[in-house]
Design a protein around this ligand. Structure first.
Ligand code: UAG
Ligand code: ATP
Ligand code: API
Ligand code: MG
Length: 484
């Protein structure tokens, strides 16, 4: 590609640099090689324009910077744009050039990973070559790779989308995190539909207010989706109404799902221990669906996913039947095993207040004994959620064990103390392995144990080092020990 091929996105018209060859795009000077166009992004820690000279010295073809960025004295062209992050996303889409034909994105505080995975599974069952992209990585035919970000950076994202399209993937679902939306990571993706699950407290270290956080999520509806595109909105959340309003104002075709939903109406749910039976009305027809997953919230996620699949062309009956074969995303109310006395042990990714509240509430109806929870809060992340989660755990569980969950560069005791301040009677066991083993040892018939916060994660980050750690492995070990 030549610089002129990025015309319309970058101001290359009439410049001598039009014919420069472009070998790649990057927002990190450290990865710049000859011919790469470097995008200087204003970040939360650094200003990319400070690295323009570094990029030039590594052979960058040109630098793209925002108005007023301090980039001068370079021997390579400097192209000035209004919004460098937006320009990077569009340029990445054009540079890589291909994406799966039908793509959908889901946003919301909780449920994104589950919805992305469920939508892919419904499409697979409908016979499409489908992929999902999110917190747990990329899953596609013959491919299952762990990724680090929920919504990848635009260059990584569009490289991946091209690979998927080249491999024959026609349908892809992806998570749109609030960071991803705010930082324009998805601005170059051509979306056929979008979805909203719910809104709760999250990332209050990044967004100044919950309204600001909601606004970031709304970019999916008011900026990214083309007019007339379907927006699937879960209707039973306190933030459903403002979301529906915004999506309608943006000219989208709003399709609501849930008890208050019109597109897919949930009539009745009967819970069993590890499954639930739902009656769902679609287009005037009643469908009975036997969902093989525990947790009220999984019904919500299943409805949103079915909504996305139907809105993009899968027949309703097929999409709803597919729900009967859904597999939960790894680490989402994931039944790892049961004790000899039959007490189930779940690993769950609840690491924010609403999720913890939901997961603890979900297991109560089938727990005749005690609900036991092991959890902690991440270091270098939203401090405000710590006492809130302490209060929720104490209110909804019978035994609360507060432990460590990626303390990062904070003092672990301080994080635990902030949780414990609102969790009278909770047991403190910093060592997560010990906490899990002790919790399993406590279980009696009728009890349920939830190990929350890490879900699919495979590490414990202490300081700047990450040690291998898996809640799944520890639970299995502890169960084996008890059985021996
Ligand atoms: C807080 C945050 O979102 N940071 C993202 C942001 O980085 P930043 O703007 O803060 O970067 P910075 O360190 O200030 O540097 C500014 C710029 O200078 C560049 N630079 C820096 C140093 C250098 O030597 N050369 C150079 O060019 C950097 O590459 C960057 O472009 O923009 C970068 C480029 O798009 C992202 O990679 C980076 O994500 C980091 C890795 C991250 O951890 N993000 C997390 C918090 C995140 O996005 N999480 C969400 C949600 C998770 C969920 O709820 O599931 C996700 O989508 O994963
Ligand atoms: N629809 C929902 N409503 C409330 N809580 C949910 C819902 N779906 C999932 N959860 C809870 O949130 C946790 C994370 O679920 P999931 O990974 O699907 O959400 P996510 O939006 O991708 O989260 P993250 O932003 O952390 O990646 C689950 O383990 C469960 O505890
Ligand atoms: N994407 C989330 C994951 C948190 C998971 C939890 N285990 C923690 O480390 O806090 C975040 O970075 O806020
Ligand atoms: Mg996720």
């Amino acid at each position: 590609m030549h610089l002129k091929d990025l015309a319309g996105i970058l101001p290359v018209e009439g410049t001598a640099s039009r014919d420069l060859e472009v070998t790649g795009l990057s927002s990190d000077s450290r990865s710049v090689k000859a011919g790469v166009v470097f995008f200087a992004l204003a970040g939360s820690k650094a200003d990319g324009s400070a690295y323009a000279a570094d990029a030039a010295s590594r052979g960058a073809a040109a630098v793209v910077a925002g108005k007023g960025a301090a980039v001068s004295g370079l021997s390579i062209p400097v192209l000035v744009v209004d919004d460098p992050r937006h320009a990077l996303a569009l340029a990445a889409a054009r540079f890589f050039g291909r994406q799966p034909e039908t793509m959908v994105a889901v946003t919301g505080t909780a449920g994104k990973t589950s919805v992305a995975a469920f939508t892919r599974q419904i499409w697979e069952q409908a016979g499409f070559a489908a992929a999902s992209i999110g917190t747990t990585g990329v899953v596609a035919p013959g491919r299952n790779e762990y990724g680090s970000l929920t919504t990848p950076d635009p260059v990584a994202l569009h490289r991946l989308l091209k690979e998927l399209a080249d491999a024959g993937v026609t349908h892809a679902s992806m998570e749109a995190s609030s960071h991803g939306l705010d930082q324009r990571r998805l601005d170059g993706v051509k979306l056929a539909a979008g979805a909203f699950t719910n809104l709760g407290r999250d990332h209050m270290d990044y967004h100044p207010t919950v309204e600001d956080y909601h606004r970031a999520k709304l970019r999916l509806f008011d900026t990214l989706l083309p007019k007339g595109a379907p927006a699937i909105v879960f209707a039973d959340d306190p933030w459903s109404e403002p979301t529906i309003k915004a999506a309608k104002a943006a000219g989208l075709k709003v399709l609501t799902v849930g008890r208050h939903g019109d597109f897919l109406t949930l009539k009745r749910v009967e819970h069993e221990r590890h499954r639930q039976r739902a009656e769902i009305v679609a287009d005037g027809m009643l469908h009975e669906v036997d969902l093989p997953l525990a947790g009220d919230f999984q019904i919500a996620n299943a409805l949103v996913s079915a909504g996305l699949a139907i809105a993009t062309g899968t027949p309703a009956a097929k999409a709803l039947t597919a729900l009967e074969k859904l597999k939960g995303a790894p680490g989402r109310l994931d039944l790892v095993g049961t004790t000899a006395a039959g007490a189930p042990v779940y690993v769950d990714y609840a690491h924010k207040p609403d999720a913890l509240e939901n997961v603890l509430t979900s297991v109560r109806p089938f727990t005749t004994g005690r609900v036991v929870v092991v959890f902690g809060c991440g270091g270098d992340r939203d401090r405000g959620k710590r006492p809130i989660m302490g209060e929720i755990a104490t209110r909804l569980a019978d035994i609360v064990i507060v432990t460590d969950d990626n303390p990062r560069t904070e003092v672990p005791e301080t994080i635990r103390a902030a949780i414990l301040a609102a969790a009278p009677g909770a047991i403190e066991i910093g060592d997560r392995r010990k906490a899990i083993h002790e919790a399993v040892a406590m279980l009696r018939a009728g009890d349920t144990l939830i190990v929350a916060g890490k879900g699919h994660e495979e590490g414990q980050t202490v300081g700047v080092q990450t040690f291998h750690f898996s809640d799944h492995e520890e639970v299995r070990d502890a169960l084996k020990e008890r059985a021996a």
